[in-house]
Every structure is written in structure tokens, then in C-alpha cells.
Design a protein around this ligand. Sequence first.
Ligand SMILES: [Zn+2]
Length: 174
Amino acid sequence: VTEYPLGRLAGLSVSARPSALIAFAATWLLGACAAFALGQPLLAALGAGLGVVVLHWLSEFVHQLGHAWAAQRTGHPMLGVRFWGLLSSSLYPPDEPALPGRVHVRRALGGPALSTVVVLGCGIIVQALAPAGGVALGLAWFAFLDNLLVFALGSFLPLGFTDGSALLHWWGKS
Ligand SMILES: [Zn+2]
């Protein structure tokens, strides 16, 4: 499977599948179209679209930092992050021994926990920017909703590859 190495960040080796690059471009385009439809001039709309891209992938990486931090604290650290589509996966050593369920549970909870903190921070920023309005407020709302619906609540949906699925699998197992 094709995978582009992107280097190391915060002690994690970061890589991306081609699907992440497609999602990146599509998100930029959709963000720009939305801003244009809301009345922004073309250049400002392109800038807003880029803002959406930066905020989404930054939120994604911060979510993974939550997993990495929790993993570090269990003594079974994470190795890296692989971006694919609009999302990403936490990478652990392939030769990891069988670990107790509580280690998997703590690692799985780390991401949504940190994303919840980000949601609260974004909520404060939305409040602060509300009087000014404009593109900055729009981006703050995007970051608030993206973190709330995708990285905090959404990560609990049992979709097979999510934190919710890991929790369902490992919860209560010794
Ligand atoms: Zn997660």
C-alpha cells in the first residue's frame, strides 16, 4: 500500500496514504466554495478553505497526541500516526505483546479526552469572536463543531476502526 512518510512530529512518525491528499484537496475546495457562497471574495474564500484544512488536520493531530500521551502513561507508547482520508490511525508496535484490556481502554480514551478539551477551548474562542463575526468566527465555529462532532463524540461511534470500537472490544477485559 502506498504511504508517504512525512517525518517526525512530537516524537511520532507521521505518514499519509494517498487518500489523505485527496481529502486535503477536497476539503480545501469545499471550504473555499462554502466561504464563497457565504459572500466572501474569491481570494478570501480560498484563504478560508485553507484555514478549514489547517484546523481539521491540526485537530486530528491533537486528537492523536491525546492517544500518544495516554499511551506513554500506560508504559506502552504509540509509534506514529498514519493519515488516511479525512481521518488517521494510531500506530503501535506490530510486535507488541498481548496487553491487558485496561491498557487498550486508557489509550483509546486519550484521544477523545484531549479533543474534549479542544472543544471547550474553541467554545471560548467562538464566544470571544462572536461580536466581530466574519471569516475568523466562521473558522472558530468550524473548529468547535469539527472537534465536538468528529473528534470528541464521533470517535465513540462503533465503526470498526474507531476509539468506540476499541472501547467496546476491550472494556472490562483483563
Ligand atoms: Zn482516536
